[in-house]
Design a protein around this ligand. Sequence first.
Ligand code: HDE
Length: 715
Amino acid sequence: MENKNSNESNDKLDQLQNHTTDNSDTKLTTNQGLRINNNQDSLKADERGATLLEDFILREKITHFDHERIPERIVHARGSGAHGIFKLNKSLAKYTKAKFLNEVGKETPVFVRFSTVAGSAGSTDLARDVRGFAVKFYTEEGNYDLVGNNIPVFFIQDAMKFPDLVHAVKPEPDNAIPQAASAHDTFWDFISSMPESMHMIMWAMSDRAIPRSYRMMEGFGVHSFKLINSDGAVHFVKFHFKPKLGVHSVAWSEAQKISGTDPDFHRRDLWESIENGAFPEWDFGVQVIPEENEHDFDFDLLDPTKIVPEELVPVQLVGTLTLNRNPDNFFAETEQVAFHPGHLVPGIDFSNDPLLQGRLFSYTDTQLSRLGSPNFHEIPINRSINPVHNNQRDGHMRQQIVKGKVSYEPNSIGGGCPFQAMMKDGGFTTNNERVNGQKVRARSQSFVDHYSQAKMFFNSQSAQEKNHLKDALVFELSKVTIVEIRERVVGQLALIDADLAVFVAEKVGVKVKKLDTPNQSIPADANPTSLQSKEREPKTKSSDALSMKNTVKDTIESRVIGFMMADGVNTQAVKSLKNKLESEGAIVQIIAPSVAPVKADDGSEFEPKHSITSTASVSFDALYICSGEKSAKELMHPERKPIVTEFINEAYKHCKAIYFGKGTDEIYNATRVSTKKHEDPAIVNAGEDDSDKKFLTAIANHRVWDLEKERNSMA
Ligand code: HDE
């Protein structure tokens, strides 16, 4: 396959180039550069004798191998990354002096890493989980990291609870079960005692937690941050990335199957789309709130369990993020990249969100054990493109060779260098916020509303999204073995939506009881009533931006369409549809009885990518059962019929578009599709008017979720 990674250079890629090697046309050497003559045999005392300790070549090779692994990330261990470019389309100079957000047209190199949170590095991509969305901007003023998620809120309000949350969701400590799953006792035990998690739980149980691809999910900075302009004026800001392809998900039953058939589904999708030149893109947006309006909302801007509804503060789209180049080496780049919400540039600052404040400590600390040294900033992927000059010295694996005698400041021997930078020279100064208060270990009253935005999210979902969310809760709680925990969760749900609670309660065998003291996380000496969240109606009843039903549905770019065919397939029909789909950016992959070339009706051949038994319908966005009576007969051969029909039935169940070509009636009649008793815009027959157009529209719509019940009830 032709590799369509972008070849355009930029400051970061040029810098990385200095650290890149290519083994082609070279001779094998040791790490000391000594050429190796025999890489097959160790040094022995006689051909059949013991290996000699002297064998420095063997020792070097095995020692290095023994130490190849580093600790995986404590959270977000499983991830994939790519290089790209951030382009500014609208200046934010009014709000921030950050240079990469000032000059329209300015391009800043980025490295982005997506991840799941709970699973280990080798776990499935399709776990029900939050996705990390971490962006490192290599700006001329130093690295700026926006370390966000695909969900705009978080489970907890204070960093103090993070280790508890993570311990609860990770595999249980006695038997290390389950991997990459929240469906177990300890997670729900914790959650049911932490009402502040309820808004996040609504998101995590929605289809947002099982994205179709990394390219089809949003990114959020989550916390409120601050923008500071050159006059010192302060605005709060929420950061957003909105995918150009829209926000799309798979079905839960599909996710579970993909975890078996292709656990690298998201990683592969990201890699292949970049290799194919279908560069993932997002609009970058900001919600900006003047400092003086901080208290204008019915929630606290510092509370990370709340969003700012777009109805109250619209998202201004100001830039484009494009991923256009795969890493050359997964470990060197994706594994060693070290993000930190405290990597800032002038013009951006933190808010006092207590979750963010705790993060500011954690990220450097974790790199010390993960990457092993305070010099992790010198690893090529982490290096700033703005040269680093300071008096920090030494430590494990130091790379930089700093000249001269001086490693202190003030100094006269080194001429006072490196000088502190004036503000006008880009010197960072912390926002001069006035602080006046007592030292307390406490939670603000303004944080004590745990249900109103959970209600807003639930209210905003379409009927199908609500069904999926309910089913997800039932799935998760059915795996909880302790009845009291199931009861407590249902008690929490009752404060969000009565029908939701009743539905789940019935399915998990408990009664709905509104909880008297649902919040077990209130400190012993605190006044429990003052910290007890009441059921509360949201001011913004529902918000369109929260439903995936309202997302972009006008493109089929990079959708994977399976063309099912066998010998005798009609070349003309295949070529015509393939051209149409590919001209709109879709990817056509041929599925045949085996991977041997398929002989078409005109004597030409098609090269299959998959055999029917080596793939499954879950790997495709839509299916075309190719025209040609002979091909259809071949596919319906008694040996293959059960597999072919199951393949199509499954695509049907998952609400995908299916197009039956001419002469494929036998296949149509053998599948559940033929039993449909309703209009279905995503089932297309070659004889119909505008059949190709109908198929393209159905693919762009992603799924006919509206017909999910109908499609499944005819089983
Ligand atoms: Fe993280 N988080 N986090 N987190 N986080 C890490 O840093 C932490 C939180 C997020 O692709 C760790 O380098 C604390 C919120 C992403 O490399 C660690 C708290 C959000 C990634 C850490 C949070 C995130 C991490 C583990 C609560 C969304 C992956 C490895 C106070 C805004 C970055 C590492 C990558 C990674 C700590 C909460 C996003 C341990 C203490 C909220 C995307 O430092």
